[in-house]
Design a protein around this ligand. Structure first.
Ligand code: NDP
Length: 239
């Protein structure tokens, strides 16, 4: 039997890219979304539609989903992974950075949930996987804005899980600690990141994107009657 459609946002690098490879190896057709289309296409995965998307664009998100569903059938799993990290002190950080983080990490995630949920409720089946963070459970100095977005992801996940549980739809939060990805390369606050890179070395390195993809896969591959509500995974030596 053909496997159902899995949609992954932010699949052009890091955790999203690793999840795309894992789910493709398991035989799922994919819709991969990110702003860097060339990076999605470079994965060269079979049965995969790659579309350029900024997750804050609700209309574009809807159009890409409709195109993929016409081709592969209804979305059975949405992995809300797209996210950005900007750090700094509240009094000096550029306020636009908080706005970009909340737009992408929170509102972009809500866009995806909004678009797939009605179909999942109707079919009485489906899974939404939201990528939270250890930074959505405890705060870190200089990461306040980012932590705010990830605390929001955890709250939203749990709220929506309760909303759709009676319709047999699962909502899963995956909360990784440090994963070695490009996310740390995009900060304008280089000082914090020099310290942070030192910390990663001291603890013997972060998780790999593939480690995190395995956790997503573990949650998804359970029978629909079992909802793994949250997985927190981190390097053992991370505080
Ligand atoms: P990467 O920077 O490697 O990946 C982030 C992905 O998000 C990229 O594919 C990027 O693609 C995409 N993205 C960013 N903004 C947008 C947007 N507006 N619209 C669509 N796609 C977007 O980082 P990670 O793999 O580390 O991050 C993935 C998720 O994991 C994030 O939500 C992050 O917060 C979370 N996380 C990461 C941890 C870590 O230590 N690395 C720890 C805990 C959670 P493009 O630029 O092409 O649009």
């Amino acid at each position: 039997m053909n496997k159902p459609l899995v949609v992954i946002t932010g699949a052009s690098s890091g955790i999203g890219g690793a999840a795309a490879i894992k789910f493709s190896q398991e035989g799922y057709p994919l819709l991969l979304l990110a702003r860097r289309l060339d990076r999605l296409e470079a994965l060269k995965l079979p049965d995969t539609l790659c579309r350029q998307l900024d997750v804050t664009d609700l209309a574009g998100f809807k159009a890409a989903l409709e195109e993929a569903e016409d081709k592969y059938g209804p979305t059975d799993c949405l992995i809300n992974n797209a996210g950005i990290l900007r750090v700094g002190k509240m009094d000096t950080q550029d306020p636009q950075e908080w706005q970009q983080m909340f737009n992408t990490n929170v509102l972009g995630l809500l866009n995806g949930i909004h678009l797939v949920l009605a179909g999942m409720r109707h079919r009485k089946s489906g899974t939404v996987v939201n990528i939270g963070s250890v930074a959505g459970r405890k705060n870190y100095s200089d990461f306040t804005g980012y932590c705010g977005t990830k605390f929001a992801v955890h709250a939203i996940s749990e709220g929506i899980r309760e909303e759709v549980a009676e319709d047999n739809v699962r909502v899963v939060t995956i909360a990784p600690g440090i994963v070695e990805t490009e996310i740390f390369n995009h900060s304008t606050h280089t000082e914090t990141f020099q310290d942070f890179k030192g910390t990663i070395q001291e603890i013997g390195g972060g998780l790999s994107p593939a480690d995190t993809a395995e956790a997503i896969w573990y949650a998804y591959r359970q029978p629909q009657s079992i909802c793994i509500r949250e997985i927190v995974l981190a390097p053992t030596r991370q505080q």
